[in-house]
Design a protein around this ligand. Structure first.
Ligand code: SF4
Length: 387
């Protein structure tokens, strides 16, 4: 089965071109997208070996009212329950009114009650289906679309990932997922970008939404240099206590030094969610003069992931070169802004992940083509394509 749609033609503003999005066309369109990046490489457009990775949420063909999470379902059922109780109360008071008026009012209320009971029945049937899904969520128009948080009210849609070259803002790799966060995408996007750009020493810069030790380690192992800022998630700092940043690690001695100048030595190693965590504390804590600023417990314990050196190195790199974050912002804003302006208020026109991926590849291809035409001119690009 194929789905037809239309996308904006980047070459001719105002014109729309129609397309089919099925798995056969999808693979072919993605192949053309990859080939175009190979052409850009041959034209020496990737000279800086630096990409910015970012994700943005795009709306699916699925109204918010046709998406249900457990919480949303619960809320809707409670609202119906409250409305039913109100109408039952009004039915009781209608009985006490004058006969003709009461009859009219009762008939109207009974219609409303019947409609609500029908809706409640429909929602309960949907709830049974919802509870069977792995993420406890269903979308009725596009079954793959998911409710996602955004800076505004949130949307029902897809998360589009891009790796954009910092020099010419070309999209060298892209991916569409229906997972609402970016935490697991860094190494996947970085490796796709490196393959596409064919460069050995790639640097990637991303925002704190991508900060994930395992992902940073995967990049490090693959020889990709990462620049990310660390999110501040320390509970201690939120409670006005010293954060982990106030404790300095000395790798030669394998100890931490705390704000009181005491040494926190290694005590034990534990396992949490598959990670080995080393645990350090000092015997001086119970007698410490500034303990009230450090911990309400007897000892302040500091935990260190066995690969934390890789994470520390990322922070140290960014401290030495904070400019990279400005480059990141300037690089990623351009393509997402352009793509969303082309797509208009509705964003995707096709349904299901496989077709949405194809649709996105078409947009990315159009964007890259237009960029290269702006950089080199149409005639040299056509010449390069023919060569
Ligand atoms: S409570 Fe312990 S870890 Fe905290 S500052 Fe005092 S000695 Fe150092």
């Amino acid at each position: 089965m194929s789905v037809r749609g239309s996308v904006f033609d980047a070459n001719y503003p105002g014109r729309w071109v129609s397309f089919k999005c099925n798995s056969t066309y999808g693979e072919a369109i993605r192949a053309v997208c990859r080939e175009f990046i190979v052409l850009c490489r041959r034209l020496n457009l990737f000279t800086e070996a630096l990409v910015a990775i970012d994700g943005s949420k795009f709306k699916a063909v699925n109204n918010r009212d046709r998406n249900f999470t457990r919480a949303k379902m619960q809320r809707r059922l409670e609202q119906i329950e409250a409305s039913l109780n109100r109408y039952f109360g009004q039915l009781d008071s209608a009985d006490r009114e004058e006969a003709a008026l009461a009859q009219l009012k009762t008939a109207r209320l009974q219609d409303k009650i019947a409609a609500l009971k029908k809706e409640m029945q429909r929602l309960k049937e949907l709830e049974v289906q919802l509870l069977k899904t792995p993420d406890q969520q269903i979308s009725l128009t596009d079954p793959d679309a998911r409710s996602m948080k955004t800076r505004g009210d949130g949307i029902v849609g897809y998360n589009v990932q891009t790796a954009v070259d910092a020099k010419h803002h070309l999209i060298v790799a892209h991916e569409v997922t229906n997972v609402g966060h970016d935490r697991d995408q860094l190494s996947n996007m970085a490796q796709q970008a490196r393959t596409a750009m064919h460069c050995k020493d790639l640097s990637v810069v991303a925002d704190r939404g991508y900060f994930n030790g395992e992902e940073i380690l995967a990049c490090d192992t693959a020889g990709i240099t990462t620049y990310l800022s660390k999110p501040q998630t320390s509970n201690n700092q939120a409670h006005g206590l010293f954060g982990k940043r106030d404790f300095h690690y000395f790798p030669e001695e394998n100890v931490y030094r705390c704000p009181a100048g005491e040494r926190l030595i290694w005590r034990m190693t534990t396992q949490e969610r598959g990670q080995n965590l080393h645990c350090y504390w000092s015997s001086a804590c119970p007698r410490c003069a500034i303990k009230s600023q450090c911990t309400p417990s007897q000892y302040r314990r500091v935990r260190r992931w066995e690969h934390e050196a890789v994470v520390d190195a990322v922070q140290a790199r960014l401290d030495r070169d904070p400019e990279k974050m400005r480059v990141r912002r300037q690089t990623v804003e351009h393509p997402f802004g352009t793509l969303k302006a082309w797509m208009g208020a509705t964003h995707f026109l096709t349904r299901t992940l496989v077709r949405v991926r194809t649709e996105m590849s078409l947009h990315v291809l159009a964007y890259n083509l237009k960029r290269v035409m702006n950089i080199l001119g149409s005639a040299p690009l056509l010449q390069a394509i023919r060569a």
